[in-house]
Design a protein around this ligand. Structure first.
Ligand code: 1GP
Length: 244
């Protein structure tokens, strides 16, 4: 596959078109009918990954997804074991809200030769965790603190620094199953101070919340938990995101 993911994201941003990504947890993949629905549900990307995987079927999950859909499969890695040359792309995350050197640069150094030898579309991404009202797996596993929910300035400066360092995307995440999705105020503050695409996820469980995040400046909305519980939401959120 040609490396066109990043250019398609930039193109959509230039056209002010919002995009929708569903997040698939490889541990729960078997029981999910999300892919069938995604095909016609306005899904632009399928993100695959998790803070911790227990079934050991990451590779199987990617291969099976590739057979089932033409939607680009992008790895959203919980760690450097979650790499597959069979996906289309990978968010090469640097956890810039944290101060854990392993997740700022250490794991990336280990992954670099594997990524270089792959044909994956590499998407350098500044990953920013925001407090979503409860401790999250990613915060625990990464041994980092999220930025407090109402500290818009810290989020803004972190995203600006990420852009100035040359990262190509910013992903602000309240964590899977967050009680509170990231506030519109924070999304506005961040999106109006960076020019690279902004991905927003964590706790978005209704079309209305997706619309609010898009209107505030998100370019890509990510939904995981909510569609695991009710896959009919895929079409509703897809429609909402593309209506903007
Ligand atoms: C988590 O941003 C993703 O990393 C999606 O969050 O599972 O709460 O939708 P949810």
């Amino acid at each position: 596959m040609q490396k066109t993911i990043f250019s398609s994201i930039l193109k959509s941003k230039a056209l002010r078109k919002k995009q929708f990504a569903v997040l698939i947890d490889p541990d729960k993949f078997e029981s999910s009918n999300a892919i069938e629905i995604s095909e016609t549900g306005g899904v632009d990307f399928i993100f695959v990954g998790g803070s911790i995987l227990t079934n050991g079927n990451f590779e199987e999950c990617i291969t099976s997804l590739k057979k089932k859909t033409k939607i680009p499969i992008i790895i959203f890695p919980g760690n450097n074991l979650q790499i597959s040359k069979n996906a289309d792309g990978i968010l090469l995350l640097s956890l810039i809200s944290g101060r854990n050197p392993e997740l700022l640069i250490g794991k990336q150094v280990i992954a670099a030769p594997i990524l270089k030898a792959s044909n994956l579309d590499i998407l350098p991404t500044g990953y920013i965790l925001i407090d979503g009202g409860k401790p999250t797996a990613v915060s625990y596993m990464s041994n980092t603190n999220p930025i407090p929910f109402d500290k818009d300035d810290i989020a803004m400066c972190t995203a600006m620094a990420g852009e100035m360092l040359g990262l190509k995307l910013i992903y602000m995440d309240a964590g899977s199953g967050a009680l509170n999705a990231i506030s519109e105020k924070m999304i506005k503050k961040v999106s109006s101070n960076i020019s690279i695409p902004l991905i927003i996820g964590g706790g978005i469980n209704t079309p209305q919340k997706a619309i609010l995040a898009c209107k505030a400046g998100a370019d890509i909305i990510v939904v995981g938990n909510a569609i695991e519980k009710d896959s009919s939401l895929i079409k509703k959120i897809g429609k909402a995101v593309h209506s903007i």
